[in-house]
Ligand binder design. Structure first.
Ligand code: C2E
Ligand code: CA
Ligand code: CA
Length: 700
């Protein structure tokens, strides 16, 4: 054995007794237990107060039999201790290095780190070195005697230096504090000790750690999840009369976890997640979920780099918005795109959430706004009131300087506020409504238009929507899709459009894909249409070609497509009139007059437009409506009006008359009434017609 021949120390030790006296002297300088052990005599000599802490028989010579020592070693550690002794005995190793638990006089385990070297004196084999209970004192849990969190991390770190395999499982006793409260802390402590012992005895369990309170972590030598599940099940079953226990499991894998910290963090995360699944639950690390987290982390890295490089990799596409019925260009919505350095196109559904959660959407959003405004300014050379719509998310609106930044961008680009529409999604958290209202208020003061995006998908508070005083609502494409087949969607759209019109808002229907959808949609007369039927989002060049360059083929194709659309609609005679809208928009008030008992009883009914144009602010009974209308006819015209209304009852033709009438707020106006009998019996007659205030109509 080369080692012994070269060992200088060995040469200088003349006898066992001189070694002993040196060790006795040195032991006065340390808390450790210095020893020398004879592997031939099975004896070990100590020079400390070892026998005061541990229950051993020490002879006059300060020697203890090795059997006596092995008796106080924790049963689980005896085998590994014997093995390392064997290694020295057989010459396999010339150093001795082990950790084991010795049971102290109170029968509590104490972790001991033991280090020694082999040497020969008088041709006999000895090991000398030191045992330390200090070195490991902060590494184990005093209750169960198991290694703790510190040690777990140190061991994992060590493991990461080599190849790793198997699984790491963290167990948690469900609601240990409730168990302590109900049964007392001693009961809880005994339970922890029982579980610790049980787990240590399990096959395939390589190491057990008691991290803290109710948490244990075990290293499992298993190849499959099934094997791991079996181990978990045996623990769960063993404790089922006393408590329930949940567990999270991660594979020991360098591929998923680059170091011990990321491994442990993921494990902890999964164990915490078990709480959402109730008691006795076992959760495994899911690779798919991990890949998602990882890819969004690397996407974030890339996005960050792009932002710092003046938003390189980002670009804008523009989707046209057309006026319904005539299909001429109203404006465009700017839609953000991102191409990664590797050339992969990434869609907004993927990168917008990453931009939002990292708040990078704030600088990127400003880049979008500026780029879109500059583009709009170019297009305005051809269509001076070309509109541009830009999406803003809540994260952007929370930014303190958002209003100033928007106004500044507008000024820089030289675009009028009226040409910019800021699209805000419908789902604004209720507690942020005040903030959003104030931002809208400030933006509107600058003429900027506001649209509510994805209308119908959230739970819009119509009250707030009124207060917001927005200019446009964009009906989400889920309601537009297949509208020709869905009565329910028709209901949503007609109500939304009704609401918008009553509140003087513009309506844009998104996601129009088919001519069938258009023909149904236009029955409700929305203002704007946007969707793949007209165009997918286009690059600025494509957009320019299709909508601004009469010499380009794309432009001509577009024109003929629109012509075709109009023709097809006219041919199928499918133009749908929304009578109610037309009457309201042209201020034609409808009325019905009931006359009974030879004009003794006259009742008059107004529709809403009639009430509005006649300046009525309250609902009246039918006889009072008549009185209201009749009493305001200019006195010198009463006879003329009465005669003509009588004529309506006798003549089977439309009668038209005009007369001065005292309007409650406008003063004297000229009213034109048209009416005709629609029903008649012996003592009753019904006349229907419309009123219009002529002096209020602008001359053409
Ligand atoms: P959005 O604001 O609702 O935009 C409309 C989305 O519908 C766009 O998806 C558009 O390409 C798509 N679309 C338009 N017409 C049709 C159609 O006929 N059929 C179908 N199936 N889809 C149609 P895109 O571009 O993928 O944008 C997705 C979302 O990303 C946008 O939804 C918006 O919420 C967000 N986003 C896009 N650009 C920006 C931006 O610059 N800033 C912010 N904050 N969000 C943005
Ligand atoms: Ca939008
Ligand atoms: Ca939308």
């Amino acid at each position: 054995m080369a080692y012994f021949a070269d060992n200088l120390m060995y040469d200088k030790i003349e006898s066992l007794s001189s070694l002993k006296s040196t060790l006795a002297l040195l032991n006065k300088t340390t808390e450790d237990h210095l020893f020398v052990c004879s592997l031939c005599e099975n004896k070990i000599w100590y020079f400390s107060d070892f026998d005061k802490i541990f229950d051993v028989k020490i002879d006059k010579d300060r020697g203890i039999s090795l059997n006596n020592l092995i008796n106080i070693v924790h049963p689980f550690d005896r085998d590994s201790l014997k093995l390392s002794m064997e290694d020295v005995k057989t010459g396999k190793s010339d150093t001795y290095n082990s950790e084991c638990r010795l049971m102290n006089k109170d029968n509590e385990p104490v972790w001991i780190s033991c280090k020694g070297i082999a040497l020969k004196i008088d041709n006999k084999l000895y090991v000398t070195g030191r045992m330390s209970h200090q070195e490991l004192s902060h590494m184990f849990n005093p209750l169960t005697g198991l290694f703790n969190q510190f040690r777990l991390m140190a061991d994992l770190k060590e493991m990461y230096k080599g190849d790793i395999a198997g699984y790491l499982m963290m167990l948690n006793i469900d609601e240990l504090s409730a168990i302590n409260l109900n049964h007392g802390r001693n009961y809880g402590n005994a339970l922890l000790k029982t579980i610790a012992t049980f787990i240590e005895e399990l096959p395939k369990v390589n190491a057990v750690y008691h991290n803290e309170r109710s948490y244990f972590t075990i290293i499992i030598d298993a190849k499959t999840k099934d094997e791991v599940t079996e181990i978990y099940a045996s623990i769960r079953d063993a404790v089922k009369d006393k408590c329930t226990i949940s567990a999270g499991v991660v594979p020991l894998s360098k591929e998923f976890f680059s170091d011990e910290n990321s491994l442990y963090d993921s494990l902890k995360l999964i164990v915490n997640k078990t709480k959402d699944y109730g008691r006795n639950s076992l959760l495994f690390f899911e690779e798919e979920e991990f890949q998602k987290v990882m890819s969004s982390a690397s996407l974030l890295d890339e996005l960050q780099k792009s932002v710092s490089e003046n938003c390189s990799g980002f670009s804008l596409l523009y989707q046209p918005q057309l006026l319904s019925n005539i299909y001429s260009l109203y404006g465009a919505e700017a839609l953000l795109r991102y191409t990664s350095k590797s050339g992969k196109k990434i869609f907004p559904d993927e990168f917008i959430p990453v931009l939002e959660s990292s708040k990078l959407i704030i600088p990127v959003g400003m880049w979008v706004l500026k780029t879109a405004l500059n583009q709009c300014k170019i297009w305005q050379k051809s269509i001076p009131n070309m509109h541009i719509s830009v999406n803003f998310s809540m994260v952007q609106l929370r930014d303190e300087s958002v209003v100033d930044d928007i106004v500044c961008a507008l000024n820089e680009a030289g675009v009028a506020g009226e040409c910019l529409t800021i699209e805000i999604t419908e789902s604004i958290p209720i507690h942020e409504m005040e903030l959003v209202l104030s931002i809208i208020h400030q933006l509107k003061a600058k003429g900027i238009q506001i649209a509510i995006d994805d209308f119908g998908t959230g739970y819009s508070n119509l009250g707030y929507l009124n207060q917001m005083n927005v200019d446009e609502i964009k009906i989400d494409r889920m309601f537009v899709k297949d509208i020709d087949k869905s009565l329910q969607n028709c209901g949503v759209i007609s109500q939304a459009i009704e609401f918008a019109k009553q509140n003087a808002m513009r309506v844009c229907c998104e996601g129009v894909e088919t001519t069938k959808e258009i023909s149904v949609l236009e029955m409700y007369s929305p203002h704007l249409l946007q969707g793949y039927l007209f165009d997918k989002p286009l690059t600025p060049d494509e957009f320019t070609c299709k909508y601004f360059d009469p010499t380009s083929v794309d432009y001509l194709n577009k024109q003929s497509f629109i012509k075709g659309l109009t023709l097809a609609r006219n041919k199928s005679n499918k133009v749908q009139f929304n009578h109610k809208d037309i009457l309201r928009d042209t201020n034609m008030g409808l009325w019905v007059m009931h006359k009974t008992n030879n004009n003794q009883n006259i009742e008059l009914f107004f529709d809403e437009t009639m009430e509005r144009i006649m300046g009525l602010e309250e609902k009246l009974t039918p006889d009072k409506y008549y009185e209201f209308w009749h009493s305001r006819i200019k006195s010198d015209h009463v006879k003329y009006v009465d005669e003509n209304f009588d004529l309506m009852t006798t003549l089977d033709k439309v009668v038209q008359l005009e007369y001065p009438w005292e309007h409650p707020t406008l003063g004297e106006v000229i009213v034109r009434s048209n009416g005709k009998v629609t029903n008649k019996s012996d003592n009753a007659v019904v006349i229907e017609g419309y009123h219009r205030i002529m002096s209020n109509i602008k001359e053409a």
